[in-house]
Design a binder for this molecule. Structure first.
Ligand code: SAM
Length: 268
């Protein structure tokens, strides 16, 4: 199945007015092989695993979850960690390039990932069965540009869960960026000085980030700047009963401090 995935253009294309690109389907053209390959090379999985610790594994175990649906598999980091920790995982993503890379990464870890190409908006058309938990990690939900798409995706995640299932979804702390403007304080370095990420344009409807690699190559991502309470409200609206939000893996945090929020939403 993997060999059917076709390579896409090696250049990102935002046209003549990149700020105008606010389209849910555009993720398909943003994660080109060059970008993804560099990212995987430079952000060490060991460093990532160390910074997360067992946060997700512990939450999943506490809730007795065994069967997990990773809806934003990307290059496979969480799917592989969870498989190694003994969970049963279905690895979904809307991008065939990402799934192809995840499959290879899985093989490098001695695993055959169960990959399924599925866009969140029509998730249950391609994913069958019910799961104990759905994970949507690595600031992925930010790729949805309309409220309708966000509600649809959350409703699809909800429907893929068993009656007592759990959704774990993370997002960058955009409140800080939106409220205090973007300045040099919002330059993020991943893995030491390896990848420099900074917001290039921010308004209430778009956060356009610029990623620079040590070889001076530059890529961009156009994302929707989700406010924390807005995401929580949407989750409540689709029916999640209890939502707990962590800041950088901690239960208590100062609103402006964390880089990431992690929402853990319970269906029951
Ligand atoms: N979770 C991975 C990680 O943490 O390394 C990958 C995160 S990557 C930032 C976001 C992923 O979400 C990409 O692989 C992209 O293809 C996927 N994605 C974005 N929008 C999607 C959609 N509407 N349906 C399915 N997948 C989507």
């Amino acid at each position: 199945m993997q060999t059917e995935y076709k390579a896409r253009s090696q250049q990102q294309d935002y046209g003549s007015d990149p700020i105008a690109v606010r389209d849910t389907a555009h993720y398909q053209r943003e994660y080109i092989q060059d970008f993804v390959g560099k990212w995987d090379q430079l952000i060490s999985w060991e460093a990532r695993a160390k910074s997360e610790g067992n946060f997700f594994i512990d939450i999943l175990k506490e809730h007795g979850a065994r069967k997990i649906l990773d809806v934003a598999t990307g290059t496979g980091f969480h799917s592989i960690r969870l498989r190694e920790a003994g969970f049963e995982v279905v690895s979904a993503d809307g991008s065939p390039e990402m799934l192809s890379r995840a499959f290879e990464n899985g093989r490098d870890h001695g695993l055959i990932l169960r990959t399924v190409q599925a866009d969140w908006r029509w998730l249950n058309r391609d994913i069958h069965g019910k799961f104990d938990a759905v994970i949507c990690l690595g600031n992925s939900f930010t790729h949805l540009f309309s409220e309708r798409d966000r509600r649809k995706a959350l409703a699809e995640f909800y429907a893929a869960l068993r009656h007592d299932g759990l959704l774990i979804l993370d997002q960058r702390n955009y409140d800080g960026i939106l409220d205090s403007g973007f300045s040099s304080k919002h330059i993020y370095y991943y893995c030491g000085e390896n990848v420099k990420a900074e917001p290039e344009h921010v308004d209430e409807g778009l956060a356009r980030f610029r990623y620079e690699f040590p070889d001076k190559s530059v890529f961009h991502l156009n994302m929707y700047p989700l406010r924390k309470d807005y995401t929580r409200k949407l989750m409540q609206d689709v029916g999640f009963q209890r939502i707990k939000t962590y800041g950088d893996f901690q239960e208590t945090y100062h609103q402006d401090d964390p880089d990431f929020f992690i929402h853990v939403a319970e269906k029951r």
